[in-house]
Write a protein that binds this ligand. Sequence first.
Ligand SMILES: [Zn+2]
Length: 242
Amino acid sequence: MPEGPSIVILKEAVQDFKGKKVIAASGNTKIEKERMNGKKVTDFKSWGKHFLICFKGFALRVHFMLFGSYRVNERKSTMARLSLEFENGELNFYACSVRFIDEPLDEVYDWTADVMNDDWDPKKAKKKLKATPEMLACDALLDQNIFAGSGNIIKNEVLFRIFVHPASKVGNLPAKKLNELIKEARNYSFDFYEWKKRYVLKKHWLAHTKKTCPRCNIPLVKEYMGRTNRRTFFCNNCQELY
Ligand SMILES: [Zn+2]
């Protein structure tokens, strides 16, 4: 599943279509895609893992779910969920969820919850975390209302970076660790973004999908943890359980 930084990279990859009219919308989606025909794209935005194509008066929301993907000026052999043709190229989305948003985006989205956004507000994140003391650290970093854009890779790497065991309760974290968690969720997201753009993201993983702790040189634990049973990699020796 693409995490927030990948959606920001997508947003940058499609800038040539900003201000351009949709010549034809096609694909196997059931939404009324024809309403985009002849309409000009006013902007591309992202909120966490949501990619937003803005038109005057409405927006199209693309959510890549678990297996979604996209191609710019290229096609996959499978049927696209949605294809948008412009005079200067095309944008294709596969296996994703698409829907229209007719409300103003500022009413739908809390931009301060998006870890990659300029409006990201760490104080609000802290307030939300303090309100859910029983929540596990591994769940907190997947909670889109607190850390929109953070996904499983970010979760594993952030907890490893700050020496916190994924089963720690948020309410048990010392103030210093809680601050580190919030800070690193954003920091690591930007590292992810830079590394992904240079195709060296995997090379920099310290815990995610890894077998050995690079700090202790002992086996990492792999467990399906938290509310959503996602793959969690951690070291029982250097990541403290609070
Ligand atoms: Zn270790």
